[in-house]
Every structure is written in C-alpha cells, then in structure tokens.
Design a protein around this ligand. Structure first.
Ligand code: KIV
Ligand code: ZN
Length: 520
C-alpha cells in the first residue's frame, strides 16, 4: 500500500544543471516554455537557473517564478550572501519559492576556495542562516558529498540542518558512487545526524559511470524523498539522472519500488522532444523511455507478438509516456483540420495564425515527400519561428557539388533589411554555403558542432541539422529541418548566428562566466 511516506518529490534541474552543459544554452522564451511544461507535468520543484550567473539567468528565473502555477521555483546560489540575495530576488515572487545554496565539501573541492574545515563549517552556518532569514524553504548541498570524508559530511549536514535547511541534497557530483553505497550513505545520514528525521533528503546523481538512475533509486530505498533529475538526462559530461527513467521505473516496478510521484507520465515524450530541440542535444535512438527505438517493437516483431499478447514485448505502453499512435497518414491531400488534430495528438495546440503558417510549410513538404510522418511534423513545428524572425534570413540557395571540385554555393541572404548575394567555394557543398554566409555576414563565431540526423526513414527523409557556434564565451545553437541537407545546414547555421546576435545584444559585456564551481 502506498502511503504519503512513499511520495517522492521530483526536482527538475534541466534549466540549471542541464542548461549548464556546454552548448545547451537556451533562450529566455525557451526556458519559459520548458518551465511551463514541467509545471504542467507535475514537477514538484523546478530549479530554474543560477540567478547571479547573468542578467539573462536572473530574468528567466524571475519570470518563471511569477508564472509557475503549481511547482516550487528554486534558484541556485553559491555559499556567499551576494549569490543568496540575488537568488532570493529572483524567486521571491513565486507562490512557493526556494533557495538552493551549496559548497564543495570533499578534499578536492575544499582546495578551491582554500578554506580550512572549520572555516568552511562557519561559512555553511552563516550562509544557510542568512538564506533562512530570507526564505522558509532552503535546500543545502555539500557538493561532491560522495567523495567527502564521512565525519566531515555528517558534521556539515548537521550544521546546515541546525541553521534552518529544510532539504539536504547529497550530490554525487562526479558520478562516482554505486547503488549499494548510495543507499547506505542516505540511510546512515538519516540514522546518525541529529535532526535528520525532520528534513527531506535529496539525491542528485551524475552519470559518469552510467549509474545515475540506479544510484538515485537506491538513494530512495535508503530514505531519500527527493530525486534531482533532468529531462533526457541532460547535463554536464555524461549528464544527470533522467527524469523519465526514474518516474517510469517507479511506475513499472512499483512492486519492488513502492514509491509515487506527482508526474503525469503522458507528458514525457513531448517534453523530451522539446528539450532535445531547444538544447540542440539529440536523444540517442536507443535511449531508455524516450529514444526513437524504445518502442521499436511496435512496428517490427510487434505484429506477431502483439497479436498474441500486448505484454509479449511491452513492459509499458507507448501511451503511458505520451507516444500517440494514430493511423492518420498525412500527405498532400490532408487538410487543415487533419493537421490541427494530428498536431493536437502530438501535444501541440496551435493558434490559428501559427497553424496557417505551418499549413503552408506542411503542403510544401508534402509535395516533396510521399508520406509526412509524426517526426516530420514535429520537425516542422519546432523549426517554425526559427527561420525568418532574426537579423539574418536565407532567401535563396543553390549549390554545385559532386566529384569535381571546387564545390560552390550561390546564396542570397537578408541581412537586416537588405537582400545580399554572394557566391563562394569550399571543401564540399556545406563548407561552400557556410563560406557564402561568412562573406555576407563576416563574423568571428567558431563552429563547435555540426550534426546531421534523419528524423524519419526513407530516401526522402527530412534531415535535422544542429549547429553550435561560439564567440567570446557566448554559445548559441541553431537547428533546422529540410529534405535538402545543405538547405537545412545553412538555415541551422543562420539560426545559430541569429541567436548569437540576440545573446550579444542582451548580455552586452555580461558573458556567462560565473562558474558554479567557483565558490568565492
Ligand atoms: O552536481 C552537483 O554537485 C551540483 C550542485 C550544485 C548541487 O549540481
Ligand atoms: Zn549537478
């Protein structure tokens, strides 16, 4: 029987720890959209950002705090008053605000601020007390807890509890722990630290050894009642515990993990796709729960197995994670109503003007493709709004390519209000087209990532191209989809440059250079 004691809080940090991974920077509007979806999905606590990091982070956390209907909104702060005050300023308008403050307690992390153990203990007492005087809901984390000496960890946790922390998060910052140890650590802290039974323990696991989800679930078995996670496991290095994995594991194996969450799992797939798109981090096809092949038996061996019994190959139903299986085949004869209904199934409620714009693009695609699959439509929706709204817009492109070099590109680009034309050569059609963009819009941005993936099957599949560029510490990612890979590439590149321009204008000199590891 499930009791309240078995309720596990879901703390989503896609917008803070996830966004922190190099290249995953999201725009202000994208952060608001993702926060809205997390709130709707039933996430208990949204860590919306690191308000001291930049004006942009502060603005996003403040607005998310004002908009949140149900979720608690949390802002991250290092162990100093300035960070904590800034975090409070950002979250204080939320219906339910939280400040999350942390310091690295392991020997490796203590070396950075150059504090003795006693000095650090004093710092924890002062900063948690200060935070608690501002806000009733305080989370404290000993960063790199799993590599911290037991005595010191227990001592600092006790200090934080006495100073007023209401949640103690035990981070496995470097993805170093293993399930048995993860469970034991929480169990021992609850048993031995005075006051531990009055607060909630959280688990925050990184995936360096591929054990993040297992470690988080083990921590819950040990007594933790808050899991920190991100959509698609987004995060630095190998990422974080994936929200969809812990939620579905507790649902499907409720017999051995009798815990409940407030998450509406049918929203998972849509969130996963949106996060993949806005972060530019594609989901690997074989990723648990949300990968393209996670329910592949639906189309292959399925025909035989499913006829006998649905559970031959299924431990969960695609619908449970919001994967709709409709039989409407979209093609060039499909009308606006069918498009609207199909998009609704896929989780997109479109306003009339958005639908009109999309319908034109859908018809153009349907003319080029025999069948338009769900993924094609998602690519179209997520691409809508990214073309034609920025400073730069691709108006015309023709490339000459083949076995005979040089390859060349003829490009017309709108730059501001002017249509400009250039022809450039390069090492292959994409290089030639990018050179043409550079000729018309000279820039110092360095190409960090160029990734092509087919979103559907067949020779006429749409290609989704992701391009990441960096300039003066600012990183921007652009994406585009088209049946022509070179067109998708140039549009993705131009989208990334448009985002860089916006970021440059918004931040001025305020580049995101505050490191969360820099606890000064
Ligand atoms: O991984 C980590 O230790 C963190 C802390 C800021 C909680 O993200
Ligand atoms: Zn982390």
């Amino acid at each position: 029987m499930t009791t309240d004691q078995n309720r596990v809080l879901i703390f989503d940090t896609t917008l803070r720890d996830g966004e922190q991974s190099p290249g995953a920077t999201m725009s202000h509007d994208e952060k608001l959209e993702i926060a809205g979806l997390l709130d709707e999905m039933g996430v208990d606590i949204i860590e919306a950002g690191f308000p001291i990091a930049s004006e942009g982070d502060f603005a996003a956390v403040s607005e998310i705090a004002k908009n949140a209907a149900n979720s608690t909104i949390c802002g991250l702060a290092r162990a100093n008053f300035k960070d904590i005050d800034r975090a409070w300023e950002a979250v204080k308008h939320a219906k339910s605000p939280r400040i999350h403050t942390f310091i690295g307690t392991s020997p490796q992390h203590r070396a950075i601020p150059n504090l003795t153990m006693d000095e650090m203990a004093d710092r924890i007492h002062e900063t948690v007390t200060h935070a608690r005087n501002l806000c009733d809901n305080i989370q404290w984390s000993p960063m790199d807890a799993t590599r911290t000496e037991w005595d010191y960890l227990a001592r600092t946790v006790e200090i934080a509890i006495k100073a007023g922390a209401t949640t103690i998060n035990i981070p496995d910052t470097c993805g170093y722990t293993a399930p048995v140890e993860s469970a034991d650590l929480i169990r021992r802290l609850i048993a031995e630290v005075p006051g531990a039974d009055e607060i909630i323990f959280a688990t925050h696991c990184h995936n360096d050894l591929g054990m993040a989800t297992a470690n988080s679930l083990a921590a819950v078995a040990g007594g933790a009642r808050q899991i920190e996670c991100t959509i698609n496991g987004l995060g630095e290095r190998a990422g974080n515990t994936a929200l969809e994995e812990v939620v579905m594991a507790m649902k499907v194996r409720h017999d051995i993990m009798p815990y409940t969450t407030g998450i509406d799992s049918t929203k998972i797939m849509h969130l996963s796709r949106r996060v993949a798109t806005v972060s530019g981090f594609n989901v690997q096809p074989n990723k648990a729960i949300v990968g393209k092949n996670a329910f592949a038996h639906e189309s292959g061996i399925h025909q035989d197995g499913m006829l006998k019994s649905a559970d031959t190959f299924e431990i969960m139903r695609p619908e449970d994670v919001g994967l709709t299986e409709t039989n409407i085949v979209m093609g060039k004869h499909s009308g606006r109503a069918a498009l609207r209904s199909k998009l609704k199934d896929l989780g997109y409620d479109m306003a009339d003007n958005q639908l009109n714009d999309l319908f034109v693009r859908f018809k153009a695609l349907a003319d080029r493709k025999k069948e338009v699959f769900d993924d094609d439509l998602i690519a179209l929706v997520t691409d809508a709004g990214s073309d034609g709204e920025g400073h730069l817009e691709v108006k015309f492109l023709r490339v000459i390519c083949g076995t005979e070099a040089p390859q060349s590109a003829d490009l017309t680009l709108r730059v501001g209000n002017d249509d400009m034309q250039a022809t450039a050569q390069g090492d292959g059609p994409v290089d030639a087209a990018f050179n043409a963009v550079k000729a018309l819009y000279p820039n110092e941005a360095v190409l960090q990532l160029y990734q092509v993936s087919a979103v559907t099957e067949g020779m006429d599949a749409q290609a989704t191209v992701t391009v990441r560029v960096a300039e003066d510490g600012r990183i921007a990612t652009g994406q585009s989809a088209d049946t022509d890979t070179v067109v998708a590439s140039v549009k993705a590149y131009v989208n990334a440059l448009n985002r860089l321009i916006v970021r440059r204008e918004k931040t001025g000199g305020d580049v995101k250079e505050v490191s969360y590891k820099d606890v000064g």
